[in-house]
Design a protein around this ligand. Structure first.
Ligand code: MSP
Length: 474
């Protein structure tokens, strides 16, 4: 039987249209899903939208729409752009789906029955931008550092609390001890350390309901309270499988997300699952952020890069390539139009595009027939480095491996000067070159699915010149 692999992106808030940050995580996750398929696994890949909470309700009100209508519109934007970017997800979950709501209520009820939820008074601060409770000493100039233009809400109300503090010691053991029955991995290492040290400093219980935020799922035993949007949202990873009757994919192999939402995914989610007696995900991977020309991306700075613009300039595979090669692995990554265009021209137009055109032209003249790439190529030691890089989500290293092959192939052509050869001699030089192109085409599959397909077609049977894969951008 095939091994299963279940991978998720965060579900994005619908208060905002998709931007390059969302695109980064979604494209990266799609690359992983496609790679895992190449390894022969049965993959389930999930994305979706997070539609409840004060932030979304506010955004809807500003647009003069009912929250549901507003969610329908923005959620559609996400689906549309993912399809344009050739994202091969298996399901798109929306938290306003009635089936999701029911499952959230069931799980909360289970945690309640387990004695892990109690009623108490929450007095403190809340940042609507983060949908998160924050403390005085986290503030900068009386504002949340991530939302300097938004008012912090003072909140004083009766809420339900989840006994998060009770689970802290257990989670520490679970993270540290690979033999622990709750063991899960947080990667990269730096993020694991961060979570551990915060857990060791001690954690408070978590308010998991709101009294005055009607846009959400009611607490099943007290309809005057709405389930905290994060609790509702995290459960999507589990409910999506139930909705699709694909429970056999649980526990998830990988939750893929960025550092802003690390704590929710690496601590709160696991504590909830232990309490609800549901097995824990195997790995939480946390990447860093894109910065635009050295600055945080923000509407007020007007430096937001949209996936639509990226697509217009660089095409589907061009965009996917630029995202993957600038992926912010464990530190923030600076991106911008100038850099993107230079990289596109160097690696795609002049790199792979030019090599493929060169070889096709030589083969065309030589009346050349190809052989199929051996199926064992991917399993062979020859691709070990590439696979190791992708197993650790180091996209740039995997790409460097492929681009090294491209540059070696270029050098080989320069050395052998096949344009001076004829007949059998020419064929002897071209044979390994064509094989090399087939290998390259195989390895770019997760990143550049369209280009890979085109090259595969071009290099099977009688080889002919075709239109350039990646036209140069001036
Ligand atoms: N709705 C919550 C997630 C709930 S998951 C159970 C949320 N949504 S969000 O729309 O704000 O998306 C946050 C995620 O978007 C980040 O974790 C990251 O994956 C992606 N990014 C947003 N901005 C980013 C950058 N500037 N750079 C890279 N990725 C970023 O949080």
């Amino acid at each position: 039987m095939k091994k299963k692999f279940y991978v998720s992106t965060p579900i994005y808030y619908v208060n905002d249209v998709p931007h390059i940050g969302h695109t980064c995580t979604t494209v990266a996750t799609d690359i992983i899903a496609r790679y895992q398929k190449l390894l022969g696994k049965d993959v389930f890949s999930l994305t979706g939208t997070d539609e409840h909470g004060a932030k979304v309700a506010q955004a809807a009100e500003e647009k003069g729409l009912s929250p549901q209508k507003f969610c329908d519109q923005i959620s559609e934007n996400f689906r549309e752009i993912w399809s344009k970017l050739n994202i091969n997800y298996d399901y798109f979950i929306r938290t306003t789906n009635p089936k999701h709501k029911k499952i959230v209520q069931e799980i909360i009820q289970k945690i309640y029955k387990n004695g892990d939820i109690y009623r108490g008074k929450y007095e403190g601060l809340y940042c609507v931008g983060c949908e998160k409770f924050i403390t005085e000493n986290e503030l900068t100039n009386d504002c949340c550092p991530l939302h300097p233009n938004e008012k912090i809400q003072k909140q004083s109300e009766e809420n339900y609390f989840f006994k998060l503090s009770k689970y802290a010691p257990l989670l520490i053991k679970a993270i540290e001890d690979p033999k622990n029955k709750y063991h899960y991995q947080i990667s990269p290492q730096s993020k694991r350390e961060e979570v551990l040290s915060k857990l060791k400093r001690g954690v408070d219980d978590l308010s998991i309901s709101r009294a005055n935020v009607p846009w959400g799922i009611p607490i099943p035993w007290d309809k005057s309270q709405t389930i905290y949007v994060w609790v509702d949202a995290l459960i999507n990873y589990y409910s999506a499988l139930k909705i699709n009757q694909k429970e056999e994919f649980w526990p998830a192999n990988l939750h893929f997300l960025a550092k802003d939402i690390l704590w929710f995914h690496a601590v709160i989610w696991e504590a909830m699952l232990i309490s609800a007696k549901i097995p824990l995900p195997k790995e939480v991977f946390v990447h860093s952020f894109y910065m635009i020309d050295g600055q945080k991306m923000s509407k007020s700075l007007g430096n937001v890069i949209s996936p639509q613009e990226l697509l217009k300039r660089y095409g589907v595979d061009g965009t996917r390539y630029l995202i993957a090669s600038s992926f912010p692995y464990d530190s923030d990554s600076d991106v911008g139009w100038k850099r993107f265009t230079e990289k596109y021209n160097a690696d795609l137009a002049n790199g792979i595009g030019n090599l493929v055109a060169r070889v096709a032209k030589l083969c065309e003249k030589a009346d050349f027939k190809t052989q199929k790439l051996s199926g064992s190529y991917f399993q062979s030691g020859k691709t070990k480095e590439y696979r190791k890089a992708l197993d650790e989500y180091r996209f740039n290293e995997a790409l460097a491996f492929v681009w090294e092959k491209i540059s070696q192939a270029d050098k080989y052509i320069d050395n052998k000067k096949p344009w001076t050869l004829r007949g059998k001699e020419l064929e002897k030089v071209l044979q390994p070159l064509v094989k090399e192109i087939q290998e390259i085409s195989f390895l770019i599959k997760p990143f550049l699915p369209e280009a890979s397909e085109k090259i595969e077609k071009q290099f099977s049977g009688k080889i002919k010149s075709e239109k350039p894969l990646f036209p140069r951008i001036e």
